[in-house]
Design a protein around this ligand. Structure first.
Ligand code: CUA
Length: 176
């Protein structure tokens, strides 16, 4: 047995058998992951970006028979200050209610469901943009701090009347 001398032509800067060029790309990838994770965290917690939560499962055939969707609309949350719940039923080819009046500054929990096919619920100029899937309740919370009329559209093709499926959120009030 003889001890082998190190090969004279081995790369000087190689560690753990990784090429320095490749190692730098691995480092860069890890930094990117950290940046993305920080970005998602900041968007979710600091800037309030949320995905529509799958709030609960319902039976689309009976969801309007009883419970909040039997009387859709805006109602104040008891004991709160300018906080509301909005229940919206989507059906071919309208929203119920179609026009909603909301006092400026109000924070609204928006719950939307469908009694027939898949619809969409998008409030223009806001972050509210939900898939509305029969059997599910989509939920997002939003504070309406700008007075104005915000068109609501169905953004999911749901049949011949899809293009006409629209409504509006009227944010009213504020120092007049
Ligand atoms: Cu409802 Cu398109």
């Amino acid at each position: 047995m003889s001890v082998q001398a190190p090969k004279p032509d081995a790369p000087a800067k190689e560690s753990m058998g990784i090429d320095p060029f490749e190692r730098n790309w691995i480092r860069f990838s890890i930094v990117l992951l950290v940046v993305f994770a920080a970005g998602i965290t900041a968007a979710g917690f600091a800037m309030g970006f949320q995905v529509p939560g799958e709030e609960q499962r319902v039976d689309p055939a009976t969801v309007t028979d009883s419970g909040p969707f039997s009387d859709p609309g805006l109602r104040p949350i008891p004991g709160s200050d300018n906080e509301f719940e909005l229940y919206v039923v989507s059906r071919q080819f309208f929203f119920e209610p179609s026009i909603v009046e909301i006092p400026v500054g109000a924070t609204v929990d928006i719950y939307v469901t469908s009694v027939d096919v898949q619809h969409g619920y998008k409030i223009q100029d806001t972050n509210i943009n939900m898939q509305v899937v029969p059997g599910h309740v989509s939920h997002l919370r939003h504070t309406f701090d700008q007075v104005g009329e915000f068109p609501v559209i169905c953004h999911e093709y749901c049949g011949l009347g899809h293009a006409a499926m629209a409504g509006a959120i009227n944010v009213t009030g504020g120092g007049s």
